[in-house]
Design a protein. Structure first.
Length: 190
């Protein structure tokens, strides 16, 4: 319980928006922890933080998506392959690549709103030279919508969310990890 209170107290700090921004950038490039994990403590600790935290997640996602796209476009042979080899497999990347060629815009939407690893889609979009404005535009609309819905729900049900997080903190952490794993598993199905 002390750990949870400590996390919630740190999340009230004004600089925590920067933490959400930076962690969402990292999630868009290489992390497999959903941004909602970083958004939740600040919003349930102080509901007035919902808008700045949500905006930080949205901006971090757009910046991270652009960086991942550029990795695919300019650094695929070095950094892109390193990310794929360490956080996925070349076979899964090939599956993503084939899917992207056939259904690019739908793949972007799917990876923006589900636990399917967004970073793989962003790197693949860059590698394939998918139009960057379409990639960033569709990503921004759907990732922003996802974070806005989560931010609104946490704001609206802040009291209940606070009780749930305090009671089931470790189970929720495990659920977030399982969700990320399921997203990776979904890629294996294709």
């Amino acid at each position: 319980m002390k750990f949870i209170d400590s996390v919630l107290n740190k999340a009230e700090h004004p600089a925590y928006s920067w933490v959400v921004f930076l962690m969402t950038i990292c999630e868009s490039i290489f992390l497999f922890v959903p941004p909602e994990v970083f958004m939740t403590p600040a919003i349930i600790a102080e509901r007035r933080r919902a808008v700045p935290i949500t905006i930080a997640a949205i901006l971090g996602s757009i910046v991270g998506g652009a960086i991942a796209y550029m990795i695919g476009l300019w650094l695929f042979d070095s950094v892109g392959m390193w990310i794929i080899e360490n956080f996925a497999t070349p076979e899964k990347f090939q599956i993503v690549r084939d899917m992207f060629i056939k259904n690019g815009i739908y793949i972007i939407i799917l990876s923006a709103i589900t636990p399917i690893p967004y970073k793989l889609m962003a790197i693949c979009a860059g590698f394939l030279g998918y139009p960057i404005l379409i990639f960033l535009g569709v990503s921004a609309v759907f990732r922003s919508s996802r974070f806005a819905i989560i931010g609104f729900l946490l704001w609206r049900f802040q009291g209940l969310a606070n009780k749930i997080v305090k009671k089931y903190f470790w189970q929720l952490v495990a659920l977030a990890i399982i969700g990320a794993g399921l997203g990776i598993g979904l890629l294996a199905l294709f």
